[in-house]
Design a protein around this ligand. Structure first.
Ligand SMILES: Cc1cc2nc3c(=O)[nH]c(=O)nc-3n(C[C@H](O)[C@H](O)[C@H](O)COP(=O)(O)OP(=O)(O)OC[C@H]3O[C@@H](n4cnc5c(N)ncnc54)[C@H](O)[C@@H]3O)c2cc1C
Length: 417
């Protein structure tokens, strides 16, 4: 094992890999300077359990600006990762309850703020929705519809494959089945090495991309990183190609609390969105401190099952939104977890106690930002300014949780980030 690198990335999910590709490319050196240390295999964590949707609209204008740029990078991935990954620009239909919306002007304010960011997120009439969904979905006068056009759909297996190819292409050193178990310090404020299950690895810089597992790992450095787990149930149903149009937009159905997308040809893929209600966020945080296994449950083979009750609930939601489908054929599902923070926004940038440690954590929406976050972390590590001036990440700094994590008091339900 070579044991000294420019940067060691802890965690081989989409965010860790993206950081590795960008730092290596910007260093411009051909022999391997960057190592990813992954306790299982590349992409085995949450990055194998997402819906592969890349979209921009967000309650935070800066997060939306970042996502918009990330969409462009996903479309031109070869220029930064050296590989291409196929995608479809399907757009997304957002559905909300008109009664709720009367008392809640946030959807309109998102529309306005997205316009200021040149992100197309517009209220549209139900007739348009019928056209966009080729009459596959039911509309109602009690609902309001928004359309976001620049939304991309990938296939998750192709993303994993692309990441594996890019690791080889970019000459990244990858240590799989290698767990970071502790740290070495030069001095009070500088990390010098990670202790792993395969030995010590030294580096000048360290990136924490270990997702929801990081709370436990970094506690030994005295750092409190507030990431918790919110359970999410994913189900796929086999449907006829004639029943779901080929280029059906993603349906973000906030009336039924479910996302739908067409998946691998003729599957309908669905899961609930993150819960934005403050008490539910608090519940996830209390649950995670009581769960001694933490996110290891993601690797549990038993989590590749849904129980009868969850399945019935999902079939009801399908029947409500897609009345022509009849009783859909269940084609497998699993339980997973969103990696959430108290304000549901990601954690990005340097640590406050260790300046050579950088955090890159997704908060339940990490995939879409991966290419841009890789670029931003690379510039921070290499002390370059340009991108970080354009995309000011101070709003997402870990320091916002100092001294104690606070659940965002203004958030209520039916709000997406
Ligand atoms: C059902 C579902 C649907 C989703 N859909 C979307 C979507 O459509 N779009 C989107 O943008 N996001 C989506 N997400 C969120 C997205 O999947 C995650 O935010 C993203 O994958 C996080 O990536 P990551 O690299 O931070 O984490 P991970 O992929 O979990 O990577 C962290 C890695 O660190 C490793 N690790 C942990 N501890 C250690 C250690 N001590 N030593 C070594 N390695 C370690 C883990 O094994 C893991 O592989 C979805 C999530 C879920 C659950």
């Amino acid at each position: 094992m070579k044991n000294k690198y420019h940067t060691v990335i802890i965690g081989g999910g989409c965010l860790g890999a993206a950081c590795a590709f960008s730092i290596q490319r910007k260093l411009g050196i051909h022999h391997s300077q960057i190592a990813i240390v992954e306790k299982k295999v590349l992409g085995a964590g949450l990055s194998s359990r997402h819906s592969a949707i890349v979209r921009a609209a967000n309650t935070s204008k800066m997060a939306a600006r970042m996502a918009k740029q990330s969409i462009e990078l996903w479309k031109n991935l070869k220029s930064i990762w050296g590989v291409e990954i196929d995608y479809e620009q399907s757009g997304a239909i957002w559905i909300t309850d008109s009664n709720l919306q009367k008392s809640d002007s946030r959807w309109q304010s998102i529309e306005t703020s997205m316009r200021e960011e040149s992100i197309e997120f517009n209220s549209i009439p139900y007739q348009e929705i019928r056209k966009l969904s080729k009459s596959a979905i039911k509309t109602s006068p009690d609902e309001l519809y928004y359309y976001e056009s620049e939304v991309l759909q990938f296939e998750s297996a192709q993303i994993l494959n692309g990441i594996q190819n890019a690791v080889k292409k970019n000459g990244i050193a990858i240590y799989e089945h290698c767990e970071v178990i502790g740290f070495e310090q030069y001095c009070e404020k500088q990390l010098s090495a990670v202790n792993t299950s395969q030995g010590k690895i030294y580096a000048d810089h360290f990136v924490n991309a270990s997702g929801p597992w990081c709370t436990e790992l970094f506690y030994q450095l005295g750092l409190t990183i507030p990431v918790a787990l919110e359970p999410v149930y994913v189900a796929n149903f086999l449907v006829s190609c004639n029943e779901i149009p080929k280029s059906m937009p993603i349906i973000a159905d906030y009336c039924n609390d479910v996302y739908f997308r067409r998946w691998q040809g003729n599957f309908l893929h669905m899961h609930q969105p993150r819960n934005t209600h403050k008490s539910q966020i608090a519940k996830s945080f209390s649950r995670s401190t009581m769960n001694p296994d933490g996110a290891n449950i993601i690797y549990d083979a038993m989590s590749f099952n849904l129980n009868h009750h969850q399945l019935e609930a999902y079939i009801e939601k399908i029947n409500h939104r897609f009345p022509n489908l009849g009783k859909p054929v269940y084609a497998g599902g699993y339980q997973s977890f969103f990696d959430i923070t108290p304000d549901l926004q990601f954690i990005l940038g340097p640590d406050t106690s260790f300046p050579n440690l950088f955090h890159c954590l997704g908060a339940g929406q990490g995939l879409k930002y991966a290419p841009l976050f890789g670029e931003l972390i690379a510039e921070l590590i290499l002390d370059r300014q340009a991108l970080n001036l354009e995309f000011d990440s101070s709003e997402f700094a870990i320091s916002r949780f100092n001294p104690a994590p606070a659940i965002n008091q203004t958030q209520n339900n039916k709000l997406f980030t």
